[in-house]
Design a protein around this ligand. Structure first.
Ligand SMILES: Cc1cc2nc3c(=O)[nH]c(=O)nc-3n(C[C@H](O)[C@H](O)[C@H](O)COP(=O)(O)OP(=O)(O)OC[C@H]3O[C@@H](n4cnc5c(N)ncnc54)[C@H](O)[C@@H]3O)c2cc1C
Length: 500
């Protein structure tokens, strides 16, 4: 898929930035509602897929069952496993783009450099790596987990071996017989460490905080099951509904009744006891916070990998990197040839927030000051006609982000329809509505395991606020994004000749 045959238009009604689940979902819904909509997508990479294009590390897979972690409007009977692997999810997203004929609207290799709101013309003035354009409505579908974060470790620039982040895996680098350090023990590390351990000469895993780990109940989907889904799509819909339902039940515990959580942590403790025989390693892998506070991890082989004799688990923290070693907090030096950072992303400081400038000339990042917030996770006062996908407080610890993205796409489509029908040129959420909404979000989060579970996690910003998690059931979000309420917004009427 290339941009070579296409020319970026000079102006467009809706510009979507990013072609992951969010961007593809948004453009699909817009066209479903209005097949003649003037909408294009720009994507900085040379292919669609977002997370599932970039994260190619060994073992990469989703950790929400794929029947739910996929578009409701594009079910696939072809998944090979309950938890699909990365290449399959990437293929699926490409397939959706092809099936819906979206290629002609997607400009790959086109990065958003800046977008400034032009109040006089009620348009976004956009600079991209392929030129300038204006857009009436801007949809930032740039992902919360799309820009890898590297830790600021003294000496990192001196390291003479090979270093890379799990999200930009270096497939040209052979790990055979290498001494490898893995920094971080989150959702990516638990997937790739068991996959590489048999190749490495020695593996040293640096852990800041242990996570609760439960078995991944994965299985392959047989021919019969797939044939049934193909022949009777309602059966797959029913499975999706069942998974959705039992996943929502987790919210009762995580957000409303944390007293129930020890029942699940007992399962995790048993899993740990079964897989780790070394008592020192087992102690180091036992969390001292409530289950769910950090993302609960699913794995059948992570814990037993850390119990191997050729694997070191270092839980004292990483203090320095030298030319050929990593050094822990006790001053112990571990000679290594390769360092793999599994240190996550930058959800509270998304790079796109520095590129988007609102009506008072401030960027989103300046407005947020390190703690993002939005109205219904989607709109921000002072940034008219801007819609954020996977925006502040839309992340989940228990269910599919795709469900949240589809809810946001509904909200966007409802806004576009009302702007068209009521001849509104610009919508700007009121400061009051945004503040009230955020007070509710943060009051609701205060008793949840994500805020009060006794851990430090990427859900919390430097002030201890939680700009990341959705505080309650996902159907509450679905209901609140069903209709765009114009009463929450300052509206600029359109001139008679304006094309909406
Ligand atoms: C390894 C991994 C596993 C995950 N597993 C799950 C899971 O099991 N279940 C779940 O619900 N969620 C999971 N997630 C979260 C996942 O990110 C979301 O589910 C979903 O993929 C987000 O889609 P998105 O389109 O919002 O973002 P992304 O998939 O990150 O896509 C954003 C796109 O925007 C593009 N972009 C960014 N900036 C610019 C710019 N300036 N100009 C142009 N283009 C730009 C990027 O190149 C990218 O293609 C996982 C995340 C990771 C990293």
């Amino acid at each position: 898929m290339t941009h070579s045959q296409k020319v970026l238009p000079e102006s467009v009604r809706v510009l979507v930035v990013g072609a992951g689940f969010a961007g593809i979902g948004a453009v699909s819904r817009i066209l479903d509602d209005d097949p003649n909509a003037d909408v294009v997508v720009i994507e900085r990479a040379d292919d669609v897929g977002g997370t599932w294009r970039d994260n190619t590390y060994p073992g990469c897979a989703c950790d929400v069952p794929t029947s739910l972690y996929s578009f409701s409007f594009a079910p696939s009977p072809d998944w090979t496993h309950t938890f699909a692997r990365q290449p399959e999810i990437h293929r699926y997203l490409r397939g959706v783009v092809d099936a819906l004929g979206l290629q002609g609207r997607i400009f790959t290799g086109c990065e958003l450099i800046s977008a400034k709101w032009d109040s006089a013309n009620s348009r976004w003035a956009v600079e991209t790596s392929l030129g300038s354009l204006t857009a009436h409505v801007l949809v930032a579908a740039t992902g919360a987990l799309s820009t890898p974060k590297l830790p600021n470790v003294p000496g990192i620039e001196k390291f003479a071996g090979t270093m890379f982040h799990s999200a930009t895996w270096n497939h040209d680098h052979d790990l055979t017989d290498q001494r490898v350090a893995v920094i971080g023990t989150g959702a990516s590390a638990v997937q790739f460490v068991p996959e590489i351990v048999d190749r490495t000469a020695r593996l040293t895993v640096f852990q800041r905080t242990p996570a609760w780990v439960v078995p991944r109940l994965d299985r392959t989907l047989g021919k019969l099951e797939k044939a049934m889904y193909r022949r009777f799509p309602s059966t797959q819909k029913a499975v999706r509904g069942f998974i959705y339902g039992y996943r929502e039940a987790y919210v009762s515990a995580l957000a409303h009744h944390p007293g129930v959580l020890p029942l699940v942590s007992n399962v995790a403790k048993l899993h740990l006891r079964r897989q780790v025989k070394n008592p020192v390693t087992r102690a180091a892998l036992t969390p001292d916070f409530m289950l769910g506070c950090k993302r609960m991890l699913l794995s059948n082989d992570w814990l037993k990998t850390l119990d191997r004799d050729d694997v070191d688990l270092v839980d004292s923290g990483l203090t320095e990197i030298t030319e050929n070693a990593v050094v822990d907090a006790h001053g112990n030096s571990y000679p290594v040839d390769t360092i793999i950072f599994a240190t996550g992303f930058t959800p509270t400081e998304p790079p796109v927030s520095h590129a988007i400038q609102g009506s008072d000339g401030r960027t989103l990042a300046e407005r947020w000051g390190g703690s993002p917030n939005a109205y219904r996770g989607t709109t921000v006062h002072g940034f008219p006609n801007l819609f954020l996908m996977y925006g502040p407080n839309t992340n989940l610890g228990h269910s599919s982000i795709v469900y949240m993205l589809e809810s946001q796409a509904n909200y966007l489509v409802s806004a576009l329809r009302q702007m068209r029908e009521q001849r509104i040129e610009a919508v700007d959420v009121s400061e009051h509505a945004q503040q009230q909404y955020n007070s509710w979000i943060h009051d609701s989060l205060s008793g949840t395991v994500w805020n009060a579970g006794g851990c430090s996690s990427w859900y919390l910003d430097s002030e201890g606020r939680n700009p990341v998690m959705w505080p309650t059931y996902t159907f509450t979000f679905r209901n609140s994004t069903r209709t765009f309420e114009t009463s929450d917004y300052a509206l600029t009427p359109a001139g008679k000749s304006a094309q909406l």
